[in-house]
Design a protein around this ligand. Structure first.
Ligand SMILES: Nc1ncnc2c1ncn2[C@@H]1O[C@H](COP(=O)(O)OP(=O)(O)O)[C@@H](O)[C@H]1O
Ligand SMILES: [Mg+2]
Length: 438
């Protein structure tokens, strides 16, 4: 089969890398891709925000199936366009993608269906700000309604600061149009978990839990980024927590989407806060996470293609070994290596060295912001690489990932030294990694 992957970051490199190992795949295309992807697939330029341009590209390369990495094309309606042209694609329709495309929609959906989430108010005017700003205590969380590439959420410590930020957001001065409506919600203390499922509209598979590391510096200090690293380990959740997430959050969400005439097909990411009062939904993402995809797919033992195609056809395969998702036994860790200055402004064009040495240790170096310039591999983004490794347990896996990181270098590179360390604190005899299956 010929497969088209849409996007050009670390998540898409992991998708391309995993799909390339499928015996069913003859030819892989990626738009726009990056330097790493170009070594494993044919990269094509194109406007990924234009559903009709993407459908035309799929037709031109004669793609049998298309996989979408990022949210923006889904929210723009790429799946509806492909369906209208009878092209096979996996992902939610534009209507279903509102779960991520509008935080107001997501919060009202959660409330209407009794799915645990923080109490909230919708803000549309300065009067709404005045009437609600004190309602949830402090700190309080302010979220732009629309897509804001990770820059639309502010945590505010007191009333004056919160009021000013909310007024500015509604005036379009924080994230532009995306902030013309906003959600104000109660701050929930706890630990965050990324919980992703693959749904065919009717049935679903739960992927193992992962944790992202959003803050730029160790110990969750400094400004938020797109994600400085992630790890995957069953011990992130106890059996009870996992069952509670499935029963109180995942199943009611998929059921409600079906009842609304909008069965959800594709990956659905539940951003959860594990509070003293059980798991709560912070947000939905209508696609795989980045960087969570890198440690997840590095660990996936099954052929990915039949799973994606099955989900798109409304018929997830149901029996092992071809069907159910099988996972390699060890945990996985992905350390993101970023450009100097990121998440603020940064320079690009710095030559990158040492990837072969890192990979000779058994790691996989997924490319995010890279390109070839005059035959040299150079940086081309804030997040540059995702160095991903496995091992027999979490401490060994962390060591393996950082041993590979130590082989890579480019001017100004920085990375967190504590990816996965949260997980070490949780290791206990109660939730052994060994012997668990998904
Ligand atoms: N109600 C909340 N309580 C505490 N922290 C929150 C809350 N909502 C969001 N956050 C924090 O803000 C981050 C970003 O919020 P999220 O809803 O995931 O939006 P986005 O990913 O679109 O920026 C979360 O990962 C979490 O760290
Ligand atoms: Mg988020």
């Amino acid at each position: 089969m010929k497969i088209l992957v849409i996007g050009g970051g670390g998540r898409e490199h992991a998708l391309v890398w995993k799909l390339r190992s499928s015996p069913l795949v003859e030819q892989l295309y990626c738009v726009p891709g990056n330097a790493g992807i170009s070594q494993e697939a044919v990269c094509r330029p194109g406007d990924i925000l234009s559903p009709s341009a993407m459908a035309a590209l799929a037709e031109e390369v004669d793609a049998d199936f298309t996989v979408v990495g990022p949210e923006a094309p889904l929210v723009a309606g790429i799946v509806d366009e492909f369906h209208a042209r009878n092209l096979a694609i996996l992902g939610p329709t534009r209507a279903a993608a509102q779960l991520e495309g509008s935080k107001v929609f997501a919060k009202q959906f959660l409330r209407d269906h009794g799915i645990p989430t923080a109490e909230f108010a919708v803000l549309e005017s300065p009067e709404d700000v005045a009437a609600n700003i004190d309602r949830f205590g402090f700190p309080v969380v302010l979220k732009a309604d629309g897509l804001a590439a990770g820059k639309g959420v502010l945590i505010l410590r007191e009333a004056a600061e919160a009021r000013a930020a909310a007024e500015q957001m509604l005036a379009g001065k924080v994230v532009g149009e995306a902030g013309h409506r906003a959600v104000l919600e109660r701050f929930l203390p706890g630990e965050e978990v990324s919980f992703i499922v693959l749904s065919d509209g009717e049935r679903y598979y739960a992927l193992p839990p992962t944790q992202d590391h959003k803050a730029v510096y160790d110990d969750d200090q400094g400004p938020n980024t797109g994600g400085m690293g992630a790890y995957c380990n069953y011990a992130i959740l106890s059996d009870e927590q996992r069952s509670e997430i499935l029963a109180r959050i995942v199943e009611p969400t998929l059921e409600a989407m079906r009842r609304q005439g909008c069965p959800y097909q594709g990956f659905l990411y539940f951003g959860l806060m594990m509070t003293g009062d059980g798991p709560h939904v912070l947000e939905f993402n209508v696609r795989l996470g980045d960087p969570e995809t890198q440690p997840l797919l590095f660990r996936l033992d099954s052929d990915l293609l039949p799973l994606l195609e099955g989900a798109a056809r409304g018929r997830l395969p149901d029996s092992a070994p071809d069907g159910a998702m099988a996972w390699l036994p060890g945990p996985t860790v992905c350390v993101v290596m970023a450009s100097a200055g990121y998440p603020g402004s940064y320079a690009t064009g710095k030559e990158i060295f040492g990837i072969d040495q890192a990979e000779s240790l058994g790691a996989k170096v997924f490319h995010a912001g890279t390109k070839f310039a005059d035959g040299r591999l150079v940086t081309a983004g804030g997040r540059v690489l995702g160095v991903t490794a496995t091992g027999e347990d979490l401490p060994t896996t962390i060591d393996n990932a950082y041993a590979a990181v130590a082989r890579v270098r480019f001017e100004g590179m920085h990375y967190r030294r504590d990816i996965g360390v949260k997980g070490l604190r949780r290791i206990s005899a109660a939730f052994p990694e060994q012997g668990r299956s998904s």
